[in-house]
Design a protein around this ligand. Structure first.
Ligand code: HEM
Length: 440
């Protein structure tokens, strides 16, 4: 007989005010980590009249993400809905199940498309390095540069073209707005927001329509839209447009966070950094990085493990949620959860738990020589609703790092720990990522 949720351990205070006070003082990922140290792998969190369950056990996370008759990924989130609209990010079954297999990054063709994206990715990064490297010498904040580089890479790989600076500024406004809406529970403080949002969707829409009007012009398309126009898609045009928009809005910032953490760690752990640099520069001395295949990228073992270890310690998405289906009672870890109860797990906490990771706070890329135990490494989530962009994001991070290390000397100020703040659904560097990037 399952116990009532009220019997679960967890921080106690009248109306859960203690949790709210803790949240004012501590970032949510650190707070969950601290609670997990005190209350273990499963605890309840009370805040005002709501009670959520936090789980940090691989078997419970597996049950949570795979028991579709009990738990659901509750979408749409009202704060992000204007951005995600009808994309799979924001849909629930049955529409989600109908559309996900037809996402431009789904299906057997996807690896082929990703491989063909590599030359353009290398070109975008090289161009950025050459522009930045010629700028005035001195320390700059590298994070905005990485955001712009990721944005240009995504636009090239998804849309087949870069956008104007004005469109990029609109993108930044939208991303700022996601953060504000999340913090203020869905309200907007920016009166121009709706206009900017309409312009953004209009521009994506025009690019998609134009590509279809032009028809398939390439024998071997090198971007997601090119592939879709050549091979056709079962997605209705309006949903395709929302997917395309979400691929950019949902992917650019987490990739930039992952790159920031990787550059920080390259300089913070110089021996590991040197290993990656030697590996990449050795390959680049023998061949053009633009000719790498997916298998070649995977074979860059030091780079691969370094990127994974960096994401283990700094997963851009720190929290993932599911909820008990309306009208159902969920059972998890011996507790009965009333309908609509939120259940939360955290890549940040799991990746730092000593029961599942040896010396979890140490930076040891070699640990990835062995595949991690199931449901213990999840920067991209787990289960059927795992990140749709995972293979692309992993490739993008590796190619950007490889190209940066080949083209530039990078110095990041690592005198202080990498402080993080809550950004647009993800974590972002809290302070400027002071560093220098000069042409090699
Ligand atoms: C470092 C980069 C990225 C990280 C860390 C990341 C992480 C995540 C996480 C944790 C989830 C939630 C999974 C869950 O609820 O179980 C997710 C969902 C998703 N991500 Fe990503 N993501 C990244 C990049 C991208 C990119 C490049 C795309 C572009 C296609 C993308 C598209 C999506 C979509 C469409 C979903 C929703 C999938 C669904 O609900 O079926 N992400 N991502």
């Amino acid at each position: 007989m399952p116990n009532p949720l009220s019997a679960a351990p967890g921080p106690q205070s009248p109306l859960g005010l203690g949790v709210l006070l803790d949240l004012l003082r501590t970032e949510p990922w650190d707070l969950l980590y601290r609670y997990a140290q005190t209350y273990g792998d499963l605890f309840k969190i009370d805040a005002l009249h709501l009670t959520a369950l936090f789980v940090n056990r691989p078997d419970l996370i597996e049950t949570l993400v795979d028991s579709h008759d009990m738990f659901v990924k509750r979408t749409p989130n009202p704060s992000t809905l204007p951005f995600t609209r009808k994309s799979i990010f924001a849909t629930t079954r049955p529409l989600w199940a109908e559309t996900r297999p037809h996402h431009p990054y789904a299906g057997e063709h996807a690896p082929l498309v990703f491989e063909r994206m590599i030359p353009a990715l290398v070109d975008v990064v090289t161009e950025h390095v050459r522009t930045m490297g010629r700028g005035p010498a001195g320390t700059v904040d590298l994070y905005p540069l990485l955001v712009r580089m990721s944005y240009d890479a995504f636009c090239t790989n998804v849309l087949g073209q870069r956008t104007s600076d004005a469109t990029y500024i609109r993108y930044l406004r939208l991303i700022r707005e996601v953060t504000t809406r999340l913090k203020t529970n869905g309200t907007t403080l920016d009166p121009r927001f709706w206009w900017v949002l309409r312009r953004w969707h209009q521009e994506i829409s025009e690019v998609v329509d134009r590509r279809f009007q032009q028809g398939a012009d390439a024998v071997a398309p090198t971007d997601a839209l090119g592939f879709v126009t050549k091979n056709g898609t079962k997605l209705p045009r309006d949903i395709l447009k929302d997917e395309v928009s979400t691929m950019i809005v949902g992917g650019v910032h987490p990739v930039a966070t992952a790159l920031s953490a990787a550059l920080y760690n390259l300089c913070r752990y110089p021996d590991e950094g040197r290993r990656v640099m030697d590996e990449v520069r050795d390959v680049a001395s023998r061949r053009d990085l633009r000719t790498l295949t997916l298998a070649d990228v995977k074979a860059l073992e030091c780079l691969d493990r370094f990127a994974d270890e960096s994401m283990r310690l700094y997963p851009p998405v720190h929290i993932i949620m599911r909820a008990v289906l309306p009208g159902k009672v969920g059972v998890l870890g011996g507790y009965a959860l009333p309908a609509n109860t939120e259940v939360v797990f955290s890549p940040w906490v799991m990746h730092r738990t000593a029961r599942y990771w040896e010396a979890p706070l140490e930076f040891r890329p070699a640990r990835f020589a062995k595949a991690p135990a199931p449901y213990t490494f999840m920067p991209f989530g787990v289960g059927e609703r795992t990140c749709m962009g995972q293979p692309y994001a992993r490739l993008c991070i590796r190619i950007v790092l490889a190209t940066l290390l080949t083209e530039a000397n990078i110095e990041v100020n690592v005198s202080k720990p990498l402080a993080l703040a809550f950004g647009p659904l993800i974590i972002v560097p809290k302070n400027p990522l002071h560093g220098q990037l000069s042409l090699r």
